[in-house]
Design a protein around this ligand. Structure first.
Ligand SMILES: Cc1ncc(COP(=O)(O)O)c(C=O)c1O
Length: 283
């Protein structure tokens, strides 16, 4: 596998990152995961806008020309891995770089950010998409800047592991009596015929898939409300689904051991998954 590191394309085992890198020492960095289908990035403008927001949130400054080059690097990396005819994901991570001394405060401006990218084949979870998956509810113990896509993912890691140990696929995280998101996706529910999802705020990440779904929902004229799903409302939902680059539009058919709706992926979930595939040119 060929990866990109600080201006160079290298075999993965030759891409060396310093142990002083602040991504390693502090989790001082941001990331993006972008779908590149047959060599073409999906909603790259959305990813770049979110990336700029994450970098701003961390006061991590990148020269404008470096940022401007990132979309083209995605497609170049995919091509260098001979994946230009495949369905792929590109992982991008930018950290505050390798500072010689470990201090919490930022290093001098001479320390250059580290920019790393890798490309992988996307393997669709066909069986899960067809059948739905189960989830457990767990408290959302993340910080109050969940809108920034930082590499500090410990609460997400622990929640997903807790789900796994409970025999579930994922975790619906809740804060103040309402569901926020899963460790790696936005949550939607259909309640009384209205599609509901947590409103954009500092308590959730603005998913690129969420953006796409909101457009499909508007185009279809379906009733929608950006209003959090209460924990006491979940089992009144006819459908619950989650949306992300990796999980696409995934039905959640059971939560905490109880079925949602009839326990199968519902019509809104299936329609939005089809819309997503069509928008990616996969229909
Ligand atoms: C916490 C969280 N919410 C939502 C998402 C969905 O974002 P996207 O649709 O851009 O993949 C992700 C993706 O990784 C995530 O980590």
């Amino acid at each position: 596998m060929i990866v990109y590191l600080n201006g160079q394309y290298l075999p993965e085992n030759e891409a060396l990152i310093s142990p002083n890198d602040r991504g390693f020492v502090f989790g001082d960095g941001v990331y993006e995961v972008t779908r590149v289908v047959r060599g073409k990035s999906f909603r790259m403008d959305d990813h770049m806008e979110r990336l700029r927001g994450s970098l701003r949130g961390l006061h991590l400054h990148l020269p404008p020309e470096t940022l401007a080059a990132i979309p083209a690097l995605h497609e170049e990396l995919v091509a260098r891995n001979n994946l230009q005819d495949s369905d792929t994901t590109v992982y991008l991570q930018i950290t505050r770089g390798a500072a010689p001394v470990r201090t919490h405060f930022f290093p001098s401006s001479e320390v250059a950010p580290t920019i790393f990218m890798s490309a992988s084949l996307f393997v669709p979870a066909r069986e899960s998409l067809r059948r739905g998956v189960n989830a457990i509810s767990v408290p959302d113990v993340r910080w109050q800047r969940c809108n920034l896509k930082t590499v500090n993912l410990l609460p997400n890691v622990l929640a997903r592991q807790q789900a796994r140990e409970a025999g579930a696929d994922t975790a619906l995280m809740h804060r103040d009596g309402v569901y926020t998101e899963t460790p790696n996706a936005n949550i939607f529910a259909v309640i009384d015929g209205v599609i509901r999802t947590y409103p954009l705020s500092n308590y959730i990440l603005q998913g690129v898939t969420r953006n796409a779904l909101m457009e499909f929902i508007a185009a279809r004229g379906l009733p929608v409300r950006e209003f959090a799903i209460g924990m006491d409302e979940l089992f009144a939902a006819s459908e619950v689904f989650v949306a992300s680059t990796m999980s696409e539009v995934q039905a959640i058919t059971e939560v905490d051991g109880k079925p949602i709706g009839d326990g199968r992926p519902g019509p809104v979930t299936r329609m939005l998954l089809a819309d997503l595939h069509a928008a990616m040119g996969l229909a």
